[in-house]
Ligand binder design. Structure first.
Ligand code: ZN
Length: 276
């Protein structure tokens, strides 16, 4: 599943290629993805110019010249592919633009989504209302985390991954940010001291930023052809490294399960009692 850094990378790739372009033709091959596609989608896009791009959580936003906004979500397996060859049965939407650019929406599992709304209705859109704080937003800080985590006994890793509290921090980035913060993933969220939350916010932002940068290095390939995004794997210090030596202290990394998701951490580095 694309995580936030990949979605941000996709947004930047789209921005580079499509800003100022007009939709020429849209071919829609089925009535729905995860949800029904908007009625008259090809007609409503035809001739519209893409003026700007935005992102909220994993929703990419295309702002059109008539006040419409396209919301795009990649779901579990969605990919956007520029140009190249048709992708067969899983290519559900094909957008052609006035300069000849072709964008293909490919989604084998069909958990992706596309909706049309307007600038006015965007803040109240059912898919965006109720989302938690944006970890790459300017306001994201230890203070914001402290507000969200106050009195919560749920494990800090699960709180960090709760989309109603913080959006877009998936399993990988939560594990990595907690490792950098030297914070045990099972610590109750409400018990993490303010100074440690400051550090945690910084580390979440740093991990996501580095992943975006790593994706950025493959941005050109992505834009050119096949939709493959950069690999972030060489950034992982704990994620998916069970049994391998911690890169700081050489203690074998432990895998545990929290909320049905695998958690990877170093029992030594992440055992500091921050409260003392
Ligand atoms: Zn360690």
């Amino acid at each position: 599943m694309p995580e936030l850094p990949e979605v941000e990378t996709m947004k930047r790739a789209l921005e580079l290629r499509l800003t100022g372009r007009r939709f020429a033709q849209t071919i829609q091959r089925r009535p729905d993805l995860r949800w029904p596609l908007p009625a008259q989608l090809p007609q409503r896009l035809a001739g519209r110019r893409v003026e700007a791009f935005g992102r909220r959580a994993k929703y990419i936003q295309l702002f059109l010249d008539d006040g419409q906004v396209v919301l795009l979500h990649m779901g579990m397996s969605g990919r956007l592919i520029f140009d190249g060859n048709p992708q067969g049965a899983h290519e559900h939407l094909t957008f052609s633009f006035d300069d000849g650019t072709v964008l293909r929406f490919v989604d084998p599992r069909r958990f992706g989504a596309l909706d049309l709304t307007t600038v006015e209705d965007l803040p109240r859109h059912r898919l965006l209302a109720g989302l938690g704080m944006e970890p790459l937003g300017n306001a994201f800080s230890g203070l914001e985390l402290a507000d969200a985590f106050r009195n919560r006994i749920v494990a800090v890793k699960l709180a960090l991954m709760d989309q109603k509290l913080v959006v877009g921090v998936g399993n990988i980035y939560a594990s990595e940010a907690l490792f950098r913060t030297r914070l045990n993933p099972a610590t109750p969220a409400g018990a993490v001291p303010a100074a440690v939350l400051d550090l945690l916010a910084e580390n979440v932002r740093a991990v996501l930023g580095e992943a975006i940068e790593a994706g950025g290095s493959s941005l050109r390939d992505y834009v050119q052809a096949d939709g493959e995004l950069g690999s972030f794997q060489n950034l992982f210090k704990v994620y998916d490294r069970a049994g391998k030596p911690c890169l700081v202290c050489e203690t074998p990394i432990v895998r545990s399960v929290q909320g049905n998701r695998a958690t990877f951490f170093c029992t030594r580095c992440q055992s500091i009692d921050h409260a003392s």
